[in-house]
Design a protein around this ligand. Sequence first.
Ligand code: VGL
Ligand code: ZN
Length: 214
Amino acid sequence: MIDLSHAARADTALLVVDVQNDFCTGGALAVENGDRVVAPINVLCGRFSNIILTQDWHPADHVSFADNQPGKSPFDTIPLPHGDQTLRQTLWPIHCVQGTYGAEFHADLDRTRAQLVVRKGFRAHIDSYSAFYENDRSTATGLHGYLKDRGISKLALVGLATDFCVAWSAIDAARLGLDTTVVLSACAAIDLDGSLQAQLKTMQQAGVHVVDAL
Ligand code: VGL
Ligand code: ZN
């Protein structure tokens, strides 16, 4: 488990997930209290030596947009077009379209010391919640290789949304053998049909440390 004594170490990184305008107040897929994560994340950024950002980055014709699925509305689900057929793709309002204001990082997020930005969800036919793998669970983003090359084996995760991109990233990180901690006071959740409770449980089962603060 990571605590603040690890933050400055070379083998430890802060992974800041999707702190983008569309997930904040007024955004297309606004997460309740999404903006409130910015201040605590900026404080944490000051403590960590290694900071990595993720950015949800979809083409306009993306499969996850309800508007691209005839007869469907946001928050409906459809069978996954790939991978495990027992899983379903949640459909979302159009959000984080490449090059738009909604896809930009929140203006107050301190990005000065960020070392890497991992963009995800950029293939039209597949969504990508996790910073490590697209939702087929097998197409890699390259983040695992980057962390290995850098000798980073411990991660603290913060950002949006707790029950989607933060949770999927944390679960993958733990499965890949990283020492993984989610800091809830610097996260906010979408919470669709109990998804927050479900994902908190899945994270714990996967060996993710879930803490209120560092
Ligand atoms: C996210 C839904 C769709 C997230 C991204 O960042 O949690 N959620 N795209
Ligand atoms: Zn998305």
